[in-house]
Structure formats: structure tokens, C-alpha cells
Design a protein around this ligand. Sequence first.
Ligand code: SF4
Length: 317
Amino acid sequence: MRPTGKLHLGHLVGALANWIELQKSHPCIFSIVDWHAYMGEYEQSKGIKENIIDMAVDWLACGIDPDKSILFVQSEVPEHLELAMIFGSLTPLGWLERNPTYKEQLREITTRDLQTFGFLGYPVLQAADILLYKANAVPIGEDQLPHLELTREIARRFNYLYKKEIFPDCEAILTQTPRLLGLDGRKMSKSYQNAINLSDSSDMIKSRAKQMVTDPQRVRLADPGHPEVCNVYSYYNVFFSEKSPEVYEWCTKAQKGCTDCKAILADALIQYLAPIQQKREELLKNPKRIREILDEGQKKARAIARQTMLEVKEAIF
Ligand code: SF4
């Protein structure tokens, strides 16, 4: 995960919840990929350092367990860049230029100049991140499948060129991610300022919930609403599905107004985030411990990475 800002509810349901389940059944390696953040934000890179610690705190508060999983910062394991350079040498340019995410981001992101060598090579570094640990599975959403396919192609090309089966065929663990839009109904994104962050105060959550878009046809309190088109209702479905039938009823029968419906949602979200925020507070009281956890993770990750690089160099030279 790229440390580009505060984690929000979308990160929780879209990634972290799945990771926490996954670490119960698999040995997992989770990386805060600061080089990837740098590639996209090289002109304003100063905040990345702060975001790394903030991200580690959020992960731990949500339930990533350093006793079960390896948690580390990408730039603290230099082998990532070393392997990326090697993969970059053997990856045909056409594979990268065809990448649909690359084309889409170049079109959509207009505030930063991403016409760079590094940004084109983003999936090569991603392949190094995965293959350095010989990962045989990666939890991803369907939209990331082309990236993983590229990782698999790079692994096969390396194995073929040097006639050694060093890298495994890495599978996708396709995760079910509930659709959670931003408060304004657009894609949830830091740049749109349309998300509820995991660390937001109660007042902030209440005020953000008030901004949520609802059923546009429900103008007066007496108008029956259409929950199926309402963003507030979709939040109930994702976080408090047991309450959805009740919300459906009060909405379609015009028993409650949207202001009340949002206020009830805000209160429920405050309760929902309370244990995470409490754990967050405790962790922040002891920043030394967070650093220790990242250092321990770095040592474990680096031991694997070094071994892989020995094998890689032996195969190449
Ligand atoms: Fe949406 Fe609730 Fe208003 Fe119905 S009552 S339109 S579910 S905010």
C-alpha cells in the first residue's frame, strides 16, 4: 500500500479487512511501498515519511499482527530496487506501454507530470516487490489483474532466459471488495476529499456524514425515498447490514428524513471506529515500539530478499 495520505474507510473494507483474514491462514508479507509513493509524488515527496508512520499505526490498529505477519517499509530493503533494475533490463517496453492502468492514469492525472521513466516502469518495481519474496499469491482486486499478469510474465521470462525456476507462478487471491463510493458519490479518493478517515474525530465524522449525497428525488421529508440509489444506504449495507431492512423501511415509507438517517449512520460509524481509534491512541503513545516493529519486519524481509538476490545473481552471471 502506498503511503500517500491518511487511510480511510475505503482502505479498510477494500484491503485491510481482507489482509487481516488472510494472515489467519497464510504467512503474509505487507509492505508500505514508499518508492511507489515517491514515483507518483516526486515533486512533493516531503510528506511521505510522516505518512509511513501513520500508515503503520493504522495497519496495527486495524489488526495487522506483527507476530504473525512481516510488516516493513519498502525503501528499507534496498534489494527491491536492485531486482527492479534487473527486471527492467529484461522487460520489453511494449509490455509496459500496453498496460491499461498506465494509459488511464496518464489520461486522468493532470496535476502531476507522470510522463517519466519511473512511472512507466511502476509495474516492474511491483513485480520486484512480489517476486523478491517468491510470493505465490497476492490479494488483489479484479482491476489489478493486468499488473499481476505482467509480474507473471516477467517471472517466466527470467526463468526462461536463465534456465532456472527461481520465481514461482504467482496467483491472484481475488478479494471481494464491497463497493464504497466517496461521500459525494464519486470514486473515494484523497484528492477529492470525499472520504471518512480512520483517524477522524467524532465531530469530523458527523460533519462529513452530513455532506453525503442521498436520493436526489427525495426533496421533502414526506417524499418516499429510493434507498437503492442512495449512497448513505450503501454505507449501511457495507458496515451495518443488520440495520439495512430498518433503514429501507423508514426511507421508503418516509418515516425519517435524510438528516436523521445520516446522523444515525454517523453515530454508528463513530462506534465502529472507536476500538481502532483507541488502539491508535495507545500506539501513538509509544512511537519507539512502532519503529521497533518496522525494524523487526525489515530484518525478516531483508533476510528473504538477500537470499533471493544471491540466487538471482548466480543465475545471471
Ligand atoms: Fe438515503 Fe436515508 Fe435519505 Fe433514504 S432516508 S434517501 S436511505 S439518506
